[in-house]
Write a protein that binds this ligand. Structure first.
Ligand code: GLU
Length: 314
């Protein structure tokens, strides 16, 4: 795939490779998200890579989120190269990739409802979490019948494998499930797994640092990259933040967004300090800045366990 958008960029951007942070603008970033962003920045900057920002706004957009997320990251001192890319401006690129897969016979229409999928997938021997393949081998007649039911089909990948291995800087070599995942939803929206692969390649991203809740998506994405003739990036899936009950941190835990922490009297610098301490890059209460953290950053020494966030005292 060519990189037409990169040809006219200034020379300073023509460094090999890039990392990125790719938030969905579905709400404010909480401490876990901010920590992942910091890690993505540290991984990229410590390896001489550019650091790019991409807003994944194909669905779940909440008014004002994008602006607040970007300003929170800036307040922590994180910077990025070039303009922020929005997925909603890149629909043509996803269509092109889908057209190539279609032309190669690597996709098929799927008419299943969510309920049908759950039912079929819960049958004995069905691989956990995999699309059960209900629509994979419909005859032309069956397809016509289902088309005429009026329900717009999703488009799925016709995968030739059931698992694929990726290299992860934290988890090592990881083999995971690949199924006939959705490329384009019934409502016409390109699916996350498709968009992320197309975007990372188009943006020259060769290092993906993100929460380890997405580790199980990496084999699908790396496999798809290969089908599109793209090189899969290096991955680093970092531990998530959890609340005191061990559940994934959420905004409803309270006192976890930058705005909330500022309301509790914490400065952005102190929040950076909290994140740095959680990563073993600072001692509690220490005043830090990004240059210092970059200096101290050693990927091999990152905590492997989820970060337990305790409520902030006012
Ligand atoms: N947009 C996704 C999220 O906010 C991240 C996707 C990715 O990093 O690949 O969870």
């Amino acid at each position: 795939m060519s990189h037409p958008s990169r040809q006219n960029e200034p020379l300073s951007h023509q460094v090999e490779g890039a990392g990125r942070f790719a938030p969905s603008p579905s709400g404010d970033l909480h401490l876990g998200n901010l920590r992942t962003a910091l890690l993505a920045w540290l991984f990229a900057r410590s390896t001489g890579r550019r650091f790019l920002m991409r807003v994944e706004d194909l669905d779940r957009v909440r008014e004002g989120s994008r602006e607040r997320q970007l300003s929170d990251l800036t307040e922590l001192g994180l910077d990025w190269d070039g303009d922020v890319v929005s997925q909603s401006h890149r629909l043509l690129h996803y269509d092109n990739a889908i057209a190539r897969l279609r032309a190669a016979g690597l996709s098929y229409e799927c008419f299943c409802t969510r309920r049908e999928i759950l039912k079929a997938a819960s049958a004995p021997h069905a691989p956990q979490g995999a699309y059960p393949g209900t629509c994979r081998n419909l005859t032309p007649d069956e397809r016509e019948t289902r088309r005429s039911s009026g329900r717009p089909p999703a488009l799925r990948l016709r995968a030739a494998v059931t698992s694929f291995a990726v290299d992860d800087l934290i988890h090592g070599s990881c083999s995971g499930l690949v199924d006939d995942f959705v490329l384009r939803r019934g409502d016409g929206t390109p699916a996350y797994n498709l968009a992320v692969v197309v975007d990372d390649a188009d943006q020259g991203i060769d290092q993906v640092v993100r929460g380890d809740d997405l580790l199980s998506s990496a084999p699908r994405q790396a496999y798809l990259a290969g089908l599109l003739g793209l090189t899969a990036p290096t991955y680093a899936h970092v531990p998530l933040a959890v609340n005191e009950e061990g559940k994934r941190l959420a905004k409803r835990d309270g006192g976890v967004t930058l705005a909330e922490l500022k309301a509790l009297g914490r400065s952005p610098g102190q929040v950076l300090g909290i994140l740095a301490t959680s990563l073993g890059l600072a001692v509690q209460g220490e005043v830090v800045n990004l240059a210092l953290l970059l200096d101290r950053f050693e990927p091999g020494r990152l905590p492997r366990e989820p970060w337990v966030v305790r409520p902030s005292a006012p």
